[in-house]
Design a protein around this ligand. Sequence first.
Ligand code: FE2
Length: 277
Amino acid sequence: MNSDPATTGLEDESPAYRKRRDEIAARAAEHVLGEPIAAVEYTEAEHALWRLVSQRLAERHRDLAAPEFLAAAERLGVAEDGVPQLQDVSERLHGLTGFRLRPAPGVVPFALFCGSLADGYFHSTQYLRDGATPFYSTEPDILHEVIGHGSAMADDRFAALYRLAGEAVRRVESETAVQFVAKTFWFTVECGLLDAVDGPRAYGASIVSSYGELEHFRSADIRPLDIADMARVDYDITQYQTTLYSARSLAHLEDVAGEFWASCDDTSIEKLLVVDI
Ligand SMILES: [Fe+2]
């Protein structure tokens, strides 16, 4: 996620980075739901990394992020001067839209991750990417979680969509259906675009938190938002996306993705997949 296609991943990480990441992840794994999230004492280098990436992303957001996302980010008000504590972000979000964050030690299986959204919980990592590679990450890090997802979840309408996706993955039973919900989540919540007068703009957390992909996404095959069409395309989270979907408006996104998540079940998803094979 948020990867630079030219990189190969974990082998590029230094042992010192890996140790630091694993320390923070181990503490996240000890978190008990309902308890306050333990603070992480971030180093000055980590604060400097946050400042660098968040400020550079904010510059690109002005031209390339959807106005609805920009308003949501302003509502959350994440500081650019240092790594925020998850507990503080969680309290702020809860006051805005009812969502809370819960610390995660790494990637959480999709059904659990997405299902928790129905309960108003978002699993969030607490560690940052390797400072040697500030503009990409081989996995979701706190920059992605807070700047990408946290911002979106500060808006009532985006937050309602996150909840509907959670309810959808809780409703379906077959692994095939879970995987299709994951695909619709990827093409919207993670990589979604909204039409604007100057071209498509991003609201998807993966794109808005990726300095490189913000530069590249307008070169993708950008299609009108269409759930059935998603059955016909593949995706690779380790690469810049070659196919993306743009909704005409937030209301159109609610009509298409929101309605799909609100009503889908194993049978309706099977029909979509059979028709499109
Ligand atoms: Fe994400």
